[in-house]
Design a protein around this ligand. Structure first.
Ligand SMILES: Nc1nc2c(c(=O)[nH]1)N[C@H]1C(S)=C(S)[C@@H](COP(=O)(O)OP(=O)(O)OC[C@H]3O[C@@H](n4cnc5c(=O)[nH]c(N)nc54)[C@H](O)[C@@H]3O)O[C@H]1N2
Ligand SMILES: Nc1nc2c(c(=O)[nH]1)N[C@H]1C(S)=C(S)[C@@H](COP(=O)(O)OP(=O)(O)OC[C@H]3O[C@@H](n4cnc5c(=O)[nH]c(N)nc54)[C@H](O)[C@@H]3O)O[C@H]1N2
Ligand SMILES: [Mo]
Length: 702
């Protein structure tokens, strides 16, 4: 697996290695790593964005431009560790790989002999690679018969909603956005979380386009748009239905498109008729004029593209909100333009060969239960049969999952056996029985799809693994051997896995791993002017954009896009909103990537410390001034934060940029202490931004 096929261009003793940014971000950048040979050892000395890759265009974000600081961080876990202190205390001793894997195999075998579903994997997108993600890991877990994990923590509400409406996860090509005349950042802080789309939007702006942000918070992106519509969180479906109301009233409709390519217009019109602008204004906490003006602008400006993102689907009605928004370009015909339409994700265009990668036949008839990762706090404490072991990789659940007090209590169970594959001693690793050192992207091979562009990106290993670190794939390979799993697929190399990652059909018909490894990236087999729904061709059962979804009706859900109020709705006359009157949202801080990078010192220095941004009106009512220390609380818990009094936060909605490691906070907690485990309408996803709190000053600034 090691650097056999490096794309080497010798510059004295330096070589350039073609790599891929592994992180959970739509941009999936192509990177160039400069490697110097020092005393027979390869050392990475520079990472830059590949200037030839069309969407990366030579630029990395601030986080990943510090990737060397992360890889060579003094705190890297470089040897297997065994816990000696109490769970959560973070006291470990170094052990050998052989001792660690033998003991882990013995413990897992004993549990599996009773009931293998008592073993649960916990993984997400620490790396988005198809090899170091679920490749070898899935094979191992299938053979074992471990519980399945429903990977809902991020995108399943919006993803499933999109599938019900347009059939798959695809949309406007990022490479078209500079040609748009109107770009709508709908629950999308592109400057922080989709930087390379933002640069296209900047180009569009220079060419005269108008940019509008729809976001409760004046994010870095919203402040640079021409207009900002600051609605309350969880009210986007009402806003979209209000826009439909106006479009329909005014006859601002592409009737030909509706006739040929959509299903259920009349039923949708009846639904939208309930959402007149004054009603919508009251629900969303905005003015009726904002709805009317938005509809007019959306109809009159072409091409118009909506960058819909995941921030707006983290409330109870998040699925329906995505459905409502995804209907808009079919009503107005904006899909006809390559630079129009909607982009939520492009991940659905890659035909991933999951059978080849994951080998479901290894289940050999076993039918394990499924655990929803978003309710792991509940399940660690209450699942039946109980969870006896958790294998964590590519995730930091103690920091990132909702109601994390309960998650920490679950991981703290003395009778739970926990193995964590990690780069660092995260909040989760502190609870492990064994921490196994994993390689970073510079040290292993992988292949990547993207959810924001249309390329396959290859990652060659730039350096040898540091210390005794091993790729995830190799850890599972060795564990399989210890468990006596002898199927030939367990001895496949990472290159062999990467070669099988995509089906040789459709958008990846010409996929050739060796070729991509050498070139670094390859555009999918799609037209340059990709306009997926210009002439219908939706991949729904009807082949149309389904305003009315029979599939949803069949599972007992509303077949039409609906406004479903948040579980915890602010400004209403309920007992809950009287006790906890403020909504709080916790979108990503620019310099963190979920909880990754929170321990990179230079990046944490920029973020300072965990804060809550609160509107002057809400602050004044609570005698909070800028710089006050405050207690933020609800029935689930309480945390201490530093108050920033600012009108970036709208009245009624506070903002705590995230995701901090708990151990870096003064009180050892983060915002997920307060978030709930309630799930979205569609997709069984978490409702991080559907959360009411109260705030009180504990100390004024010195
Ligand atoms: N720098 C950085 N980049 C990232 C990440 C990161 O942690 N840091 N995370 C990556 C991952 S995993 C993901 S899923 C994406 C997430 O990126 P996005 O999908 O952009 O999601 P968020 O950043 O959660 O939220 C985006 C904006 O939505 C707003 N928002 C919150 N609630 C609502 C609402 O109800 N309605 C509307 N209209 N807006 C709302 C927030 O205030 C925020 O400004 O970014 C990826 N990129
Ligand atoms: N309050 C609140 N909570 C949220 C969100 C929010 O906006 N607000 N966002 C949610 C979203 S969108 C998401 S996607 C989730 C993200 O949740 P996670 O996917 O858990 O993401 P990270 O916190 O970045 O943790 C990833 C971990 O994987 C490790 N890792 C990276 N590469 C490798 C590797 O190759 N091998 C191994 N073994 N480990 C590796 C990193 O060191 C890191 O500790 O969080 C969710 N939680
Ligand atoms: Mo995410």
């Amino acid at each position: 697996m090691m650097p056999s096929a490096l794309q080497a261009e010798p510059i004295a003793t330096e070589t350039i290695v073609r790599a891929a940014c592994p992180h959970d971000c739509p941009d999936t950048c192509a990177m160039l790593v400069t490697v110097r040979e020092e005393n027979g050892r390869r050392v990475a000395i520079k990472v830059v964005g590949d200037p030839t890759h069309p969407t990366t265009a030579g630029t990395l974000c601030t986080k990943v431009s510090r990737y060397l600081e992360r890889t060579y961080h003094a705190d890297r876990v470089l040897h297997p560790l065994k816990r000696v202190g109490a769970k959560g205390a973070g006291r470990f001793v170094r052990v050998s790989w052989d001792d660690a894997l033998s003991d882990i195999a013995a413990r897992l075998c004993a549990i599996a002999a009773r009931d293998p579903e008592r073993i649960v994997p916990y993984s997400y997108a620490g790396t988005m690679g198809l090899v170091q993600g679920e490749g070898m890991a899935a094979r191992f877990l299938h053979k074992l018969g471990a519980s399945f994990l429903d990977r809902t923590i991020c995108s399943s509400a919006g993803g499933e909603a999109l599938a019900y409406t347009i059939g798959t996860k695809t949309g406007t090509d990022i490479e078209q956005f500079q040609n748009s005349k109107l770009i709508l950042f709908w629950g999308c802080n592109a400057i922080a979380s989709n930087l390379h789309l933002w640069s296209r939007a900047q180009e569009a702006k220079r060419r005269g386009a108008k940019l509008i942000a729809i976001d409760p918070y004046r994010s870095l992106t919203a402040e640079k748009c021409h207009q900002h519509i600051a609605l309350m969180p969880g009210t986007d479906a009402a806003f979209a239905l209000g826009v439909m109301y106006v479009l329909m009233q005014e006859g601002w409709l592409d009737r030909d498109y509706i006739e040929r390519y959509t299903l259920g217009y009349n039923a949708l019109a009846e639904r939208a008729a309930e959402f007149d602008p004054p009603r919508v204004a009251a629900i969303c906490g905005i003015s009726a004029g904002e709805v009317e003006e938005f509809a007019r602008e959306y109809w009159q400006t072409r091409p118009a593209a909506i960058r819909l993102n995941y921030g707006m689907q983290r409330a109870r009605g998040g699925g329906n909100a995505v459905r409502a928004i995804a209907c808009l370009p079919a009503l107005t015909g904006h899909w006809r333009d390559a630079a129009g339409g909607v982009l939520l994700s492009t991940s659905g265009v890659y035909p991933i060969d999951t059978n080849a990668l994951y080998r479901p036949e290894l289940l050999a008839g076993k039918k394990p239960r499924t655990i929803n990762m978003s309710t792991i706090g509940h399940d660690l404490n209450h699942a039946d049969p109980p969870i006896d072991a958790v294998i964590v990789y590519n995730s930091n659940p103690v920091a990132v999952t909702p109601q994390s007090g309960e998650v920490a209590r679950g991981f703290g169970r003395e009778d739970l056996f926990t193995v964590v594959l990690e780069h660092f001693m995260t909040d989760t690793a502190d609870y492990a029985d064994y921490v196994l050192p994993a390689t970073t992207q510079l040290e292993h091979v992988d292949v990547h799809r993207s959810y924001g562009h249309l390329y396959v990106v290859a990652n060659n290993a730039a350096i040898e693994p540091l210390g005794e670190a091993l790729p995830n794939s190799d850890i599972f390979r060795r564990l399989a051997a210890k468990m006596g799993f002898e199927d030939p697929c367990f001895s496949e190399t990472d290159d062999e896995l990467a070669a099988q990652a995509f089906k040789p059909q459709g958008a990846t018909a010409s996929y050739d791993w060796q070729a991509v490894k050498e070139s670094g990236w390859q555009r999918l087999d799609l037209p340059a002017q990709y306009a997926p729904f210009a002439e219908g061709n939706f991949s729904t059962p009807s082949g149309r954009c389904e305003f009315h979804s029979e599939q949803l009706a069949r599972i007992g859900q509303d077949p039409l896009p609906a406004h479903i109020a948040p579980y915890e709705e602010a400004g209403r006359d309920t007992a809950l909103s009287q006790r906890y009157p403020l909504a709080i949202i916790s979108p990503p801080a620019r310099n963190f990537l979920n909880s990754t990078f929170a321990n990179v010192i230079s990046l944490r220095a920029v973020e300072g410390e965990p804060t809550i941004e609160i509107h002057p009106r809400d602050a004044q009512a609570r005698s909070i001034v800028d710089g006050s220390r405050v207690r933020v609380f609800n029935d689930r818990g309480s945390i201490d934060l530093l108050a920033r009094v600012t009108d970036r936060a709208r009245p009624g909605c506070a903002v705590a940029l995230s995701i901090w490691w708990k151990k870096f906070a003064r009180d050892g907690k983060n915002i997920n202490e307060l978030t709930s485990q309630a799930l979205t309408d569609i997709g069984r996803a978490p409702t991080f931004y559907d959360c009411l709190v109260e705030v009180e000053a504990t100390r004024s600034p010195a």
